[in-house]
Design a protein around this ligand. Structure first.
Ligand SMILES: [Zn+2]
Length: 200
C-alpha cells in the first residue's frame, strides 16, 4: 500500500475527529493536527489545513522516517509531524494521535506542575497528567521534549498538557484518543473554576 486512498477507514476517522475537535472548540483557525498509523508509516493532516474543513486531499501519507509517500502537490505534513513520529516509535501499541489547543488546558498548563483531578472519571482514566515543557512549535527541540516526557510515563498515561501550547492525546483507537482529549479539557475547566471559587 502506498497511496492515501488505500486507507478509507483511517481517512474517515481523521476527518470525523478533526471536525469534532473544531466543533467542540478544542482547536480554532489552522491549529491542531491529527494522525493515524498505517502499514508503512502514518496519515497526518497537512500543514496550514484547518481541522474545520479537512478533506481526503488535505492528508499526507508519510513514512516513519518522515518522507512524504503520497500527498497532493505542494502540501506538506503538519509541522508537528516530528513529535507524532517520535510518539509512534516509542509507543508501538499507539495507533492514533490528537494534538489540539483547548483554552482551559492551555491555562492549566501554565498554572500547574501537577493538574488536580476532581472527578472519579478523570482519576480513573487520566490517572495523572504530565506537563511537557515549552518548546518552539514545529521544532525538533519540542519533539524531543514531547518524546522524553512520554517515554518517562507508563503506557496507561495517554493525555498530556503542553506548557503554554495545548494538549496531546493518544490512543490505541481514535475513539480512545478523543475520549482522552475531551476528558482532559473538561478536567482543566473544572480545575480553573475550582481555583477561582476557592480564591473568593
Ligand atoms: Zn500546536
Amino acid at each position: 500500500m502506498n497511496k492515501i486512498s488505500d486507507y478509507p477507514i483511517q481517512i474517515k476517522e481523521i476527518i470525523r475527529v478533526s471536525t469534532l475537535l473544531y466543533e467542540r472548540n478544542l482547536v480554532s483557525a489552522a491549529g491542531g493536527n491529527v494522525s493515524e498509523r498505517t502499514e508503512e508509516g502514518i496519515l497526518i493532516t497537512g500543514s496550514n489545513v484547518s481541522l474545520r474543513e479537512v478533506r481526503q486531499n488535505d492528508l499526507v501519507l508519510c513514512s516513519l522516517q518522515n518522507e512524504v509517500i503520497d500527498a497532493r502537490p505542494k502540501l506538506r505534513p503538519s509541522k508537528e509531524i516530528k513529535f507524532h513520529l517520535g510518539i509512534y516509535k516509542i509507543r508501538p501499541s499507539i495507533k492514533c494521535i490528537i494534538h489540539a489547543h483547548p483554552c482551559y488546558s492551555i491555562l492549566c498548563s501554565s498554572i500547574y506542575n501537577e493538574l488536580p483531578l476532581y472527578t472519579q472519571s478523570a482519576k480513573l482514566k487520566l490517572i495523572h497528567v504530565p506537563v511537557i515543557p515549552e518548546g518552539k512549535p514545529g521544532s525538533m527541540e519540542l519533539a524531543d521534549k514531547v518524546v522524553s516526557t512520554i517515554k518517562a510515563q507508563p503506557d496507561e498515561i495517554k493525555a498530556f498538557l503542553m506548557e503554554g501550547h495545548g494538549i496531546i492525546a493518544i490512543g490505541n483507537t481514535m475513539k480512545e484518543a478523543l475520549n482522552q482529549a475531551e476528558l482532559l479539557e473538561d478536567s482543566c475547566k473544572i480545575a480553573v473554576f475550582q481555583k477561582l471559587l476557592s480564591e473568593k
